[in-house]
Design a protein around this ligand. Structure first.
Ligand code: MTE
Ligand code: MOS
Length: 747
């Protein structure tokens, strides 16, 4: 397939659909919505990491009879937030398993009195021993979940890694760690609920996945699906952080609403959001890599562990993606990846842009630079000798069908960043031992778009479309806009397919009462998977009009509305519907964890240039080049924005964002001491797309949303290693950490 040369809207910087509302302040976020007689809700949380609840004291001086008070015993049906399994209670009942676990809910009209009341509730515990590290969890120092603290484990095997390793001429080992990271969406979590025996439950809130919340509420309230309604309000970012937790918060607000008989609003402030909601899983990866003397991969043995926190949430899915991406875009005949997600008494870790891949890709790409060093070839040469090509087989035994050309991406990235000249120049300059040391490094990686394995088949996503007599077209899907561009991309696809103007397309607000389940807005799947459904639904409306001889192929835009009007007058509503169907040639074996893990991958090479002031141990990212192939680019401004934002988050992951834990509690939960990159810390980011249309994507597009987070941190860490000669094994490399390492080197 080639890019349509006639395309009016694909590849064009069509303006963000909801942009005007956002910049003028007209957009309505959940905290902008009020109901008459509405109460505010708050949460009394566990002060200990693990313990038995002995008593709950309601302190003096508070008019408790004015408050709605909810505990676990008020839950109408099941006390659990249903996701993959049902291990996480909506409210702690008898025991707590992590700090900040919700124990009591309060509601009152006056939110200031509410805060005083929250502080007046004291929960008395009998403390139980708790564990906080991957090591303690694996060592079963305390069994805190299931029989062995293991939420999930995977084994991926290709060939015979042990036998091949024995034949390797060189073996290089290494262990790598990444820390937790907060999603830091601009808008913290928030939800409003109404609930009654007569009408069921309705929630409005900031969320990524309306149907996840819907499922959880069904379980908590024991209501049939039609009596639960979930409406997404304008959402100020999610980054994975609004996949799991909104189900919990919706449950809380709805429980208070049911008991009080009033609408209840719960909005977290930044401190509560940081303390209580999910973060990126901390990880530890061990590599053992066998090669020939000239740098051909012979065997890879990878061991990947993530800390899931106290409940399972989406840890198995995060682990799965991290596992599949752990061996990267390389051809190696013998690979074994063993992985597990373990339980600790930390607040549950959850989805965060990249879903485990940024963790395992950091380890691999840092390791590859060390391997090159050990062999005595350049990092570039090592990658070039081992890049995967079309027709070759990835670690999960998936034959790559795409026309992948990693060499070309690398060459382009090196040209744009002047990599070779800078690498040589920095080496020479650094040798003179100045206060500022410079380095340049890169990472090569791939990122699968869409749900893993049979995930898309199982989801069986649906989208619908309706045209009005005025020729306006409405798109119905549960996919949410959270800044990444869903509304605009769907608009471009629908308008392009129908041959009409972008302003004739309307994206219906995700509301489970009105939109079909197009699956969760995760896994960079919206454009590629749901966008394709939008394209199919649009083609079907068009075909209906053509079949009824109301339009002829090649019609002009102005003919569309009259055709719709005539159809509706003569035949009734003009609607269409599209459902995902798994391509026949994609096969996945869930038992062996082998096969077509993803329908398509994005491919990329990122180059980072850093400078380090060896007196202050501060690292600056001076320049950044991001070259990727993600199929056809539907909207160049939004696509570049995805890369720029992802790189900024990756800079935070690599250099700044450090969560300080004490007994499982985040103690730097403020933006004054949890340091994220600001505009001053983000260099010019040069974004370049190599476009190879993907035949199954809408207009040839694949996914892009998460990919930029995978390669940024390892590119920076490799540049930092180049600048300082320090073997970076763990991120974030804050100035404090780097200062210690520099001292050790110079001591
Ligand atoms: N971009 C913005 N502006 N805001 C977000 O919340 N989330 C990221 C990414 N980019 C996010 C974002 C995550 S975690 C995912 S999975 C994808 O967008 C989801 O959207 P997509 O399916 O449209 O790529
Ligand atoms: Mo993204 S972590 O899949 O929401």
């Amino acid at each position: 397939m080639t890019k349509p040369t006639t395309s009016r809207l694909i590849g064009k910087p069509v303006q963000r659909k909801e942009g005007r509302e956002k910049v003028t302040g007209a957009a309505r976020y959940v905290d902008d919505i009020t109901f008459p007689d509405m109460l505010h809700g708050t949460t009394v949380r566990s002060a200990v990491a693990r313990g038995r609840i002995l008593r709950i004291h309601f302190g003096d001086g508070i008019p408790w009879d004015e408050f709605t008070i909810v505990t676990a015993k008020d839950i109408p049906a099941k006390n659990c937030v249903a996701l993959l399994i049902e291990d996480q209670p909506c409210l702690a009942d008898g025991v707590v398993n992590h700090p900040e676990e919700a124990v009591v809910l309060l509601a009152h009209r006056d939110k200031y009195l509410l805060e005083e009341a929250r502080r007046a509730v004291r929960v008395e515990y009998e403390p139980l021993p708790a564990i906080f590290t991957i090591e303690d969890s694996l060592a079963k120092k305390e069994i805190i979940w299931g029989a062995d603290n293991i939420f999930k484990s995977f084994l991926v095997e290709k060939g015979d890694a042990d036998a091949a390793m024995a034949t390797a001429e060189i073996i290089v080992e290494g262990e790598y760690e990444t820390g937790a990271q907060e999603q830091l969406y601009i808008e913290p979590q928030g939800m409003i609920a109404r609930a009654s025996a007569a009408e069921g439950v309705t929630v409005w809130g900031s969320l990524q996945c309306p149907y996840y919340v819907h499922k959880a509420l069904k379980g908590i309230f024991g209501e049939p699906p039609e009596r639960i309604r979930v409406v997404q309000t304008e959402t100020g970012g999610g980054f994975g952080g609004k996949e799991e937790y909104p189900s919990m918060l919706a449950g809380h607000a709805a429980l208070l609403a049911l008991k009080s008989g009033k609408a209840v609003k719960m909005i977290y402030d930044r401190a509560e959001d940081m303390a209580a909601t999910t973060k990126r899983h901390p990880s530890r990866t061990r590599h053992r890599t066998g090669l020939t003397r000239d740098g051909k991969l012979v065997a890879m043995d990878i061991d990947f562990t993530i800390d899931g926190g106290a409940y399972e949430t989406l840890s198995p899915v995060v682990l799965s993606r991290g596992t599949i991406h752990a061996a990267g875009p390389y051809l190696c005949p013998h690979v074994r990846v063993r992985s597990r997600a373990v339980a600790t008494n930390m607040p549950p870790h959850g989805a965060f842009r990249g879903f485990g891949a940024p963790q395992s890709v950091f380890a691999l790409e840092r390791h590859m630079d060390r391997v090159a060093d050990a062999i005595g070839i350049t990092p570039e040469e090592l990658r070039r000798r081992n890049f995967i090509h079309q027709g070759e087989t990835l670690a999960v035994s998936q034959v790559v069908r795409e026309k992948v050309d990693m060499d070309k991406l690398m060459t382009r990235a090196f040209e744009l960043s002047d990599y070779h000249a800078k690498r040589a120049r920095f080496c020479a300059e650094n040798a003179r031992g100045g206060a500022i040391q410079r380095g340049i490094g890169f990472a090569a990686f791939l990122h699968g778009a869409g749900f893993t394995g049979s995930g898309e088949e199982y989801l069986a996503s649906e989208a619908a479309m309706e045209a009005t007599a005025e020729g306006r077209v409405r798109v119905f899907a549960g996919s949410t806009e959270m800044g990444q561009g869903t509304n605009t991309i769907f608009t471009q696809i629908a308008a392009e397919t129908l041959g009409i103007d972008a302003d004739h397309i309307e994206i219906v607000q995700p509301d489970t009462a009105h939109v079909p389940n197009s699956g969760p807005t995760v896994a960079s799947r919206t454009t590629m998977i749901v966008g394709k459904l939008v394209e199919t639904a649009a083609k079907s409306i068009q075909q209906t009009l053509i079949d009824n001889r109301l339009l002829a192929p090649g019609y002009r835009a102005a003919e569309f509305a009259p055709a719709c009007a005539r159809y509706i007058a003569e035949c009734g509503p003009l609607k269409s519907f599209a459902k995902y169907r798994q391509p026949q040639d994609l096969h996945w074996d869930d038992e062996k964890y082998q096969g077509d893990a993803y329908g398509a991958y994005g491919w990329a090479v990122y180059v980072a240039e850093v400078s380090v002031d060896v007196r202050t141990a501060e690292t600056r990212v001076e320049d950044f080049v991001a070259v990727q192939e993600v199929g056809t680019v539907i909207n160049p401004v939004l696509a570049a924005g995805q890369v720029e934002g992802g790189v900024a988050q990756g800079i935070g992951f690599a250099l700044y964002e450090n969560i300080v834990w004490r007994e499982g509690r985040m103690i730097n939960g403020q933006m004054t001491n949890y340091i994220m990159p600001t505009s001053m810390d983000v260099p010019p980011i040069r974004v370049c797309f190599e476009e190879v249309p993907y035949e199954r994507g809408p207009a040839g597009a694949k996914g892009i949303g998460e990919l930029p987070l995978d390669g940024t941190a390892p590119a920076i860490a490799n540049a930092l290693a180049h600048a300082t000669g320090i073997d970076i094994r763990r991120i974030p490399v804050t100035p404090e950490v780097l200062a210690e390492m520099l001292e050790a080197v110079h001591a």
